[in-house]
Design a protein around this ligand. Structure first.
Ligand code: OXD
Ligand code: MN
Length: 592
């Protein structure tokens, strides 16, 4: 098979000449093709079948122990000008980068099959969707791409119609970490990745295309490619509101995307459109509409359980690929946090015998499940609507034990962009008593395919172009008391902040002005079904002037990295925060 698109055939020929595969297979995405690939991988040990009674059509894959995560230091953005990649990206000049990686691709597919995977990011008939073609020598990548994207014949037909596509070339090479690169050439809409079979490095549709190349395309075409979940909230009157939210990796994004309303919220429903990436575009009326460009979840397994995320757990009963989790003796899967007590005996993620207390984790901390989004019990009926869903609010937040209130609204769009540009999570305290922040603006630090200063400017411009911009909110579920214990119950009770956010953008919820932004008073939140006294609430809302000033001072170095690219508004917002704090009492508290 070849394509009707000359440029695609030519590229496939060029790649084959370089990598010298034994065979070329164009993927049609069919069930028969998938079954044949799985049978082949089961035969050579790449996949292990799970118990067909408890997990029909599910498989376990164990990756090479040195290939279990994204590798930020080997991930490059190769623009002609280094300034366009910015201080947030590792950079190499395109000619040098191509030469370096092509030398590694030379002959890398000898003895292997080269798979050509046409795919579409987003519903196949959505004008917001964009297509790509990934060439890979990994059948594991093919079967994962089939879950994570709309892959095969319909995508190829769209590519032939449009005549353009993002080119992604991937080879596992010999998995030598010294010969591993993940390179992006946004000006050429090209990705080249070698030496890794791990999801974020090898499933090129996800982080490489949908975020790094996508953010570049979004900027030049006037839309947004974001590391955000999308969810819908329906109140008992049947009124539906959609929000998008950015939290850094490992801050509970998948859990929040599938939140189950707590006790007291009978009649409410939360639905899921996506758990990781949002492509957002103004419609003809200037309203932002979002699609989930993905077709599946590539979620972190450890910590997923009946309490943290029952919807995710229910998604994993069939048709999934598990990577680097532990195996039980009856062919089931297990990971840390799945049950309170570990089984007495397991095979760990490296294939070794494991017993509790042996000193090693049973599942790799970054073990994953690849699961079809259609199986999520809370999936929204409109999740594949080609028009996307209208976004009324953006939520951003990180993992911060001090300083920031539970939830607050920005004063305006530019202030909201500033709140997102300065967000981050606490790293392990570097100096005693001093929490070090790892800034992760918009949760995009590892994923923005261009200069982060230009990215903030793009967000500011988008806001200016909208007749009615969504509200921007910041949340912090992680404030701790003097004993180091989390004050807020989190999980389903985060719904209380979500309800306030929804009511706020509808203009029917109160708030007071704090130095950080608009904060809900105790009476502005719905406490039905939760015993949470006002004194406790005051604790997670109050603003400590010194901590606030220290935070604002710490932002100076963060902003300085971007030099001339830093939009004026960012530094002005920082100074406004300082001015507000300086005129505040040592501890700003709610009076009502
Ligand atoms: C992910 C991540 O895998 O953000 O989604 O790291
Ligand atoms: Mn992510």
């Amino acid at each position: 098979m070849t394509s009707q698109l000359e440029s695609l055939n030519r590229w496939v020929d060029d790649v084959a000449r370089l990598t010298q595969p034994d065979r070329i297979h164009w993927c049609d995405g069919s069930e028969a093709e998938n079954r044949a690939l799985i049978a082949q991988m089961e035969a050579d040990g790449t996949l292990i079948a799970l118990n067909p009674q408890t997990h029909p059509n599910c498989w376990l894959h164990r990756s090479h122990p040195s290939d279990v995560a994204r590798v930020e230091h080997l991930t490059l953005v190769c623009t002609k000008e280094q300034e366009d990649a910015g201080p947030n990206n590792h950079w190499m000049a395109p000619a040098e980068a191509h030469a370096k990686i092509d030398a590694l691709f030379a002959g890398s597919m000898k003895g292997r099959t080269m798979y050509v995977i046409p795919y579409c990011m987003g519903p196949i008939d959505s004008p917001i969707s964009r297509c790509g073609v990934e060439i890979t020598d990994s059948p594991y990548v093919v079967v994962n791409m089939r879950i994570m994207t709309r892959m095969g014949a319909p995508a190829l037909a769209r590519i032939e119609r449009e005549g353009t596509f993002v080119k992604g070339l991937h080879s596992t090479g010999d998995l030598d970490p010294d010969k591993r690169w993940i390179m992006h050439f946004p000006e050429e809409l090209t990705i080249k990745s070698i030496g890794s079979g791990y999801g974020g490095n090898a499933l090129l549709g996800k982080k490489c295309h949908a975020l790094r190349i996508g953010s570049w395309q979004a900027r030049s075409e006037g839309w947004l490619a974001e590391h955000m979940l999308i969810l819908g909230v329906e109140n008992p009157k049947g009124e539906k509101t959609y929000v998008a939210a950015a939290f850094p990796s490992a801050c509970g994004k998948t859990n929040f995307a599938m939140i189950i309303p707590p006790k007291g919220y009978e009649g409410w429903e939360v639905t899921t459109i996506g758990d990781d990436i949002a492509w957002i575009k103004p419609d003809a009326m200037g309203r932002l509409h979002a699609i989930n460009p993905e077709n599946g979840l590539f979620g972190v397994a450890p910590g997923t359980n009946e309490k943290s995320n029952p919807n995710a757990l229910a998604t994993l009963h069939a048709n999934c690929i598990f990577t680097n989790v532990a195996l039980t003796h009856d062919g089931d899967v297990w990971w840390e946090g799945l049950t309170e007590e570990a089984p007495s005996h397991l095979i760990d993620w490296t294939g070794k015998e494991w017993t509790p207390g042996c000193g090693r984790p049973a599942a790799h901390p970054n073990s994953r499940f690849t699961a079809p989004a259609s199986q999520v019990p809370s999936i929204d009926p409109a999740w594949e609507d080609p028009a996307g869903v209208p976004i009324s609010a953006f939520i951003v937040g990180g993992r911060v034990s001090k300083a920031f209130p539970l939830v607050f609204q920005s004063f305006d769009w530019a202030h909201g962009v500033y709140l997102a540009a300065t967000m981050g999570s606490e790293a392990t305290a570097a100096a005693v008593g001093q929490a070090a922040m790892r800034r992760d603006p918009f949760a995009m630090l590892p994923f923005c395919g261009y200069n982060m200063g230009d990215y903030w400017a793009h967000w500011l411009s988008i806001g200016r172009s909208l007749p009615e911009a969504p509200g921007i909110f910041r949340v912090n579920w992680f404030r701790k008391d003097e004993n180091g214990k989390f004050v807020w119950p989190g999980f389903g009770d985060n719904m209380r902040a979500l309800e306030w956010i929804v009511n706020r953008v509808k203009g029917r919820a109160g708030a007071v002005e704090s130095p950080y932004g608009w904060v809900p008073r105790y009476a502005d939140l719905n406490w039905k079904g939760l015993e949470f006294p006002k004194a406790k609430y005051d604790e997670i809302v109050k603003v400590d002037r010194e901590k606030g000033l220290a935070e604002a001072a710490d932002q100076v170095a963060h902003f300085a990295q971007f030099g001339d690219k830093l939009p004026k508004e960012m530094e002005l917002e920082r100074q406004l925060l300082v001015a507000r704090l300086e005129r505040s009492p040592a501890v700003w508290e709610l009076v009502a």
